[in-house]
Design a protein around this ligand. Structure first.
Ligand SMILES: NC(=O)c1ccc[n+]([C@@H]2O[C@H](COP(=O)([O-])OP(=O)(O)OC[C@H]3O[C@@H](n4cnc5c(N)ncnc54)[C@H](O)[C@@H]3O)[C@@H](O)[C@H]2O)c1
Ligand SMILES: O=c1ccn([C@@H]2O[C@H](COP(=O)(O)OP(=O)(O)O[C@H]3O[C@H](CO)[C@@H](O)[C@H](O)[C@H]3O)[C@@H](O)[C@H]2O)c(=O)[nH]1
Length: 441
């Protein structure tokens, strides 16, 4: 009989995973503790912005005309346990308040709610990003006759649907052949299409995830460190990245210098990794991540200082600053630890009149920083601005009409925090264009 799947926690990861599992042909039941999310999902509405997700969801949510009906949502733990053969745990694992460590309370709560109801033979599969050692601890919370696996997730926001249906690898930490066999069945379609299937133990599976994110963070901070040197030496970090990227041992991906990395993953994951290594007595191995974090956080401050300079130095009081982009990356509405919002917030707190526009992130950004100004279009955001900051590289911003914008700003000055605009286009329209790590470009 076909496996029945549940997904516990239907946020960025879980909602996508649930819809993707239905797309692969499974019957799926999603659970969350936030009633509004469950109500929206049941209506076929995605509680966040992720390209292609709403279409996929509507294709499968029961009750929607023409859907397969394979996907439903609930808040009832007993129903979930009764329904599912395989339970994917996708709840959030944020940074603990005031500490570097991971807050495991949501994962612990999900396990505690599910465990008492589990059927014999059920397989619980952790997908959340957790400190190494968590799976072994959580296994002790499950009743006898059930099993646990850890299956970290590598999807990128903005590409979540594609990454879930066609992952570049599937990693499973297991303690039994049966768990491996079940997961091979679940992922038969992507594996059949060529996704590598890596089987390992609990700690290695957990470490693969934090190691991968640490490497990505390191690559970004490396190029941002080069940007700092380029600033001092009149070099051009974009050219430098292009040139070193031709060496395929280095590769050109994740070498975009700018205001650095943010989001709900890289920053908190490298900090949780350092904290956990400390607990294990291996802190020296990861002290370099402290530097990766510092380089990254310095970028935000440098963008603020570049803005101050562009305004002639001194105070931001009375200066009008337009901020294009609020999300931590384009094609997402996610503003968690967003470098753009950090920069906007710092300038605002120093007296600047900041107006933000983001194609999808305005609502989330306003909730985070209700005292900032928000506009519904680029033109409204930049009207009367003394300086324009490009902080998230949405396609809409790359396609802007520099001449048109020039007609409404107070001063044609644009600072490109993502090194993603074409300097020639802006200069031809009479703008002063400045990017990070490219003082002469
Ligand atoms: N967002 C990503 O791109 C991504 C990618 C890979 C891994 N991850 C990891 O996946 C996990 C989830 O991240 P996210 O971005 O989806 O977070 P999120 O905050 O968007 O979603 C988490 C969901 O879990 C729900 N939840 C909280 N406690 C619960 C409980 N006790 N029972 C049931 N549901 C509960 C929340 O209401 C929320 O809807 C984290 O560990 C994250 O590090 C995220
Ligand atoms: O060259 C680059 C590439 C990215 N970034 C920034 O880095 C951050 C993270 O980008 P990205 O990794 O694409 O976004 P996420 O969706 O957070 O995905 C990361 O975090 C997820 C959650 O753990 C993992 O699943 C993914 O594999 C991992 O890429 C964003 O702020 C980007 O603007 C740069 O500054 N320069």
């Amino acid at each position: 009989m076909a496996l029945k799947i549940t997904v516990i926690g239907t946020g960025y990861l879980g909602a996508t995973h649930a819809a993707a599992m239905a797309e692969l042909g499974f019957e799926v039941l999603g659970l969350d503790v936030v009633p509004e999310k469950i109500e929206m999902l049941t209506r076929g509405e995605v509680p966040m912005y992720e390209p292609g997700l709403e279409e996929l969801l509507r294709k499968h949510v029961a009750g929607i005309e023409g859907s397969t009906g394979r996907l439903r949502f609930t808040m009832d733990w007993a129903e979930v346990a009764e329904f599912g053969d395989v339970h994917f745990v996708c709840v959030n694992t944020p940074q603990k308040h005031g500490e570097y460590a991971c807050d495991m309370s949501y994962v612990d709560a999900a396990f505690s709610s599910l465990a008492p109801h589990l059927k014999a033979g059920a397989l619980v599969v952790g997908k959340s990003t957790v400190p190494v050692g968590s799976a072994a601890r959580l296994a002790t919370l499950l009743p006898e006759g059930t099993d646990l696996a850890w299956n970290p997730e590598f999807l990128r926001e903005g590409f979540a649907v594609q990454d879930t249906l066609h992952p570049d690898r599937i990693v499973v930490g297991v303690r039994s052949e049966r768990a491996e066999k079940i997961l091979r069945d679940v992922y038969a379609a992507p594996v059949g299409q060529g996704s590598p299937f890596v089987v390992t133990d609990f700690p290695t599976a957990e470490l693969v995830k934090t190691a991968a994110n640490s490497f990505l963070a390191t690559k970004i901070s490396f190029i941002n460190a080069m940007a700092e040197v380029c600033e001092a030496a009149d070099g051009d970090v974009a050219k430098l990245a292009e040139a070193i990227g031709h060496d395929d041992r280095i590769g050109s991906k994740f070498l975009r210098a700018g205001i650095g990395f943010g989001g709900g993953c890289l920053p908190k994951d490298i900090r949780a990794f350092m904290a956990r290594a400390g607990e294990l007595g291996a802190d020296q191995a990861l002290t370099f991540l402290r530097e990766i974090d510092s380089i990254n956080m310095r970028r935000r401050g440098q963008m603020v200082e570049m803005t101050r300079e562009a305004l002639g130095g001194g105070s931001f009081l009375g200066k009008r600053v337009a901020v294009l982009g609020a999300t931590f990356k384009p094609d997402s509405d996610d503003v968690r630890d967003s470098p753009a919002m950090n920069v906007a917030g710092q300038i605002h707190l120093q007296g600047g009149q900041v107006t933000v526009y983001d194609p999808k992130g305005n609502a989330n950004a306003r909730r985070l920083f209700p005292t900032l100004g928000f506009a519904d279009s680029v033109l409204d955001a930049v009207r009367g601005a003394d300086v324009v900051l490009h902080l998230t590289e949405w396609r809409e911003f790359r396609e802007l009409d520099a001449e048109l914008l020039g007609g409404v700003v107070a001063s044609r000055v644009i600072l490109d925090g993502r090194n993603a605009l074409d300097p020639a286009v802006w200069r031809e329209a009479g703008w002063t264009y400045r990017a990070m790590g490219r003082p002469t470009a």
